[in-house]
Design a protein around this ligand. Structure first.
Ligand code: KIV
Length: 271
């Protein structure tokens, strides 16, 4: 029974119930305490501490350079700001592929050192052994198929994936494998909407899309993109809900003017 005054937390079971009830799941990224707190207070269901922090926070071109220690730093900052949402953390590149023992060690470090609730990793069949081993430790796993940015050098480009029949077939099979292995949800990134809807209907676990159309069980966007902080990135799937680039550069510009003209601080703003 929920205690008086306590917020009811979103769990993996709640997400499962939402799918069964046909309720859509809202997910966003966060990488720090202050924004995670705002996003949580707004009522988001899932916060992803994505390895997109490598691009958004650190300015790298890809997600590959971010380390496990850096992900744990971001994740623990987010966890301190969150009361309600489920916090999922990306296992960074090189910490789970090809070695299920290392995958388990990485997932345990994330859970123990950040206090997050689940991990996410990219891939299908090739990472099934790692997923199985992580699950044996009682750590919930979210899968990620379609455009998997950690494989960008294999793909060579960020264009829509699984347009060809062979790749679509592999993706359908991988989604079933992830469900069978015990993943609690799957992210589908940048694939045709029809294929995504078909996959969502074929599994019992929630399917969260990014650039995968409206026929899935929920949506995820990168917070800084949807808030309009990053203006350089404008794929078709991205809807901007604010223009914080304008708001922030405008405010900083006014502050600079005030400092330079002696308008700040005024009599009321000093001791
Ligand atoms: O790292 C990330 O932000 C992600 C989302 C784009 C799904 O994996």
């Amino acid at each position: 029974m929920a205690q008086a005054g306590k917020v009811k937390r979103v769990t993996t079971h709640v997400l499962q119930e939402m799918k069964a009830a046909g309720e859509r799941i809202a997910m966003l990224t966060s990488y720090d305490f202050s924004l995670a707190r705002l996003v949580d207070r707004a009522g988001i269901d899932v916060i992803l501490v994505g390895d997109s922090a490598s691009n958004v926070m650190a300015g790298h071109e890809t997600t590959l350079p971010i380390t496990l220690d850096q992900m744990i730093y971001h994740a623990s900052s987010v966890v301190r700001g969150v009361e309600r949402a489920l916090v999922v953390v990306d296992l960074p590149f090189g910490t789970y592929q090809g070695n299920s023992k290392e995958a388990l060690g990485s997932a345990i470090r994330i859970m123990k050192e950040s206090g997050a609730h689940a991990v996410k990793l990219e891939g299908g069949k090739e990472v099934i052994e790692s997923i199985g081993r992580i699950l044996t430790a009682g750590i919930p796993v979210m899968g990620h198929l379609g455009l998997t940015p950690q494989s960008i050098y294999k793909f060579g480009t960020y264009v829509v994936r699984a347009k060809e029949q062979a790749e679509a077939e592999r993706l359908r099979a991988d989604a079933l494998l992830l469900e069978e292995a015990g993943c609690f949800a799957i992210v589908l990134e940048k694939i045709p909407a029809e294929l995504a809807a078909e996959v969502a209907a074929s599994v019992q676990i929630p399917v969260i899309g990014i650039g995968a159309g409206g026929g899935v069980d929920g949506q995820v966007l990168v917070l800084h993109d949807m808030l309009g902080i990053n203006t350089e990135f404008h794929p078709r799937f991205l809807r901007r809900y604010a223009d914080l680039h304008e708001v922030i550069t405008g405010a900083v510009g006014r502050y600079i003017d005030d400092v330079r003209t002696g308008g700040f601080p005024n009599q009321d703003e000093q001791y």
